[in-house]
Design a binder for this molecule. Structure first.
Ligand code: MV4
Length: 521
């Protein structure tokens, strides 16, 4: 068991989550010598996180409102099983200040920031005020809720249209409206207020100058309870659709060492202003002129944390646990230099050729990529049932390589190794994004994916043709394997049958179908 700077680690921790992040936390605990208690819904009785934890307790029926979101029940389970700490993962209860407070009041340790810091960053207008007071650049705009459309127009005319209306209680793009002219303001304000009220139970809306075509770049910070706070560089998260990130990388092609240290110092200033402790992330918009603006702070471990882990060599989840146990960060901020390049693809159970419709069913066969520089963080295995109760993200495929070009090639290779049979997934869509010249050049903004979607989802061929092609390929493969007439010369020459490429016209579907047919159970 490892101990750090006089902080005794917990002996038992409850993991208040499911899927890949529950497994990620369990793995960190195993390496720290901390025992784990999993919680699960009736839908997850056979899920991998239940098996991998030292103990597991069923907390309710499948809907998360009756299981993973029942904070008081999870606290009871922690007390009953003798856990001293609760790790919330991401989503679910991770950013609910009331839960962090209830955990603390039960005499347990919340592996995350203090409830007060979650609250301070939870209100977007309060977060803007905090940022401004700490000298952190924010988008020009207000920090008070708008009274009416006339006030909004007066403010908008100060810095010029277009402007963006945002929900004060918001985040994630809900309650947002772009307004191009004074004439549009009244209707836009009314609908933004209506949407905010429905989503957050609060209709307060404020206004910002609209930044056109920026990148989404975020900075990872780590703060201990003794006043030490460092940043670990940036993640580039611009490849997103409807506020769902699809690919993240570290570092960002748009961030020079000088910009990294300026953005990093800014993120640390924002974290300090909020009294932040534990791992957190400051989100920024980075415009084409290199100006950056603080948007909000995510007060949790994020889905994309592995890319930072790979370029820093740090285990962020282990640090979360050590910090929660009172450890002192043993490093100061030196000029931070990322090592190599990391890329993450979020593999979801969505069908890109069908408007990203969620796909459900049983994972009949799973083949996981491996080899140099490949990491697979997943909540699924062969036999898993994928339903509609939870988030469609099945797994994260993460690669690390010396350069961006090599990381892209490695990700492409790993995606082609991956087989998920039984449901539709985003796998081949990810390959098409990686193959796109704009992605390869890195010249993209937050709007790029949605604007390029048509091009990225056109069928390679109609389904009937694909079916025939797959059948033909399977037959050819069968012949090759069982000493048929095909490729006899290739075999005789010592090359494995079929491994030889018959030239550039050997289409990728043949390679795919052949690999799948040879691999299959
Ligand atoms: C913006 C913006 C442009 N200008 N603010 C979206 C969710 C919330 N976190 C903030 N968001 C944005 N705020 C100004 N003044 C564009 C976005 C935005 C966005 C930001 C980050 C990642 C993806 C995005 C997708 C659409 C819009």
């Amino acid at each position: 068991m490892s101990t750090v700077a006089g902080a005794p680690p917990f002996t038992k921790l409850l993991v208040a989550n499911r899927g890949e992040i529950a497994l990620r936390v369990i793995r960190a605990c195993q390496e720290l010598g901390v025992r784990t208690v999993a919680v699960y819904s009736e839908a997850d009785a056979h899920a991998p996180h239940v098996r991998e934890a030292d103990e597991a307790v069923c907390v309710g029926p499948p809907p998360s409102s009756q299981s993973y979101l029942l904070g008081d029940r999870l606290i009871e389970v922690a007390l009953r099983t003798g856990a001293q700490a609760i790790h919330p993962g991401y989503g679910f209860l991770s950013e609910r200040a009331w839960f962090a407070r209830a955990v603390r009041e039960a005499g347990l340790v919340f592996v995350g920031p203090p409830a007060e810091a979650i609250e301070a960053m939870g209100s977007k207008t309060a977060a803007r005020q905090l940022a401004i007071s700490a000298g952190v650049p924010v988008v020009p705009g207000t920090t008070e809720a708008l009274r009416d459309a006339d006030e909004a127009i007066a403010i908008a005319e100060k810095f010029g249209f277009p402007v963006l209306l945002k929900a004060a209680a918001g985040g994630g793009g809900k309650g947002m409206r772009i307004v191009h002219s004074a004439a549009e303001m009244k209707d836009a304000l009314a609908s933004a207020k209506r949407e905010s009220q429905n989503a957050f139970g609060d209709d307060a809306v404020y206004v910002e100058k609209y930044i056109d075509g920026p990148r989404h770049v975020e900075i990872q910070v780590l703060a201990d309870a003794h006043g030490n706070c460092v940043h670990l560089g940036e993640r580039e998260c611009s490849v997103q659709r409807r506020h769902q990130k699809m690919i993240e990388e570290a570092p960002s092609v748009a961030v020079s060492p000088a910009l990294r240290s300026r953005m990093g110092a800014t993120a640390v200033a924002a974290a300090r202003a909020a009294g932040y402790v534990n791992a957190g992330t400051c989100e920024f918009l980075l415009d084409r002129s290199g100006e950056f603006y603080f948007l909000e702070m995510n007060t949790r471990i994020q889905v994309e944390h592995p890319v930072t882990e790979l370029v820093t060599g740090m285990d962020l989840v282990q640090w979360q646990i050590r910090i929660a146990a009172g450890a002192t960060l043993p490093f100061a901020q030196t000029e931070f230099t990322p090592r190599g390049w990391a890329i993450e693809c979020r593999i979801t159970s969505e069908d890109p050729s069908n408007g990203f419709l969620p796909s459900t069913g049983r994972i009949e066969h799973l083949h996981v990529p491996s080899g140099p520089g490949v990491r697979w963080d997943a909540g699924i295995e062969s036999g898993s049932e994928v339903g509609l109760f939870y988030d469609p993200m099945l797994a994260k495929l993460i690669v690390h390589a010396p350069t961006r070009a090599l990381a892209i090639a490695r990700m492409r290779r790993a995606l082609l190794e991956l087989t998920i049979d039984g449901i539709e997934t985003s796998r081949s869509f990810h390959v098409r994004v990686l193959d796109h010249p704009a992605f390869q050049s890195g010249d993209i903004s937050i709007q790029w994916l949605e604007r390029t979607l048509g091009e990225l989802t056109t069928p390679v061929s109609d389904r009937a043709t694909l079916r025939l092609a797959a059948l033909a390929s399977a037959l050819m493969t069968h012949e090759e394997r069982h000493g048929g007439r095909r490729n006899v010369s290739a075999s005789a020459s010592g090359e494995p049958a079929g491994a030889r490429s018959d030239g550039a016209d050997r289409a990728s579907w043949i390679e795919r179908s052949r690999r799948d047919a040879l691999r299959g159970p």
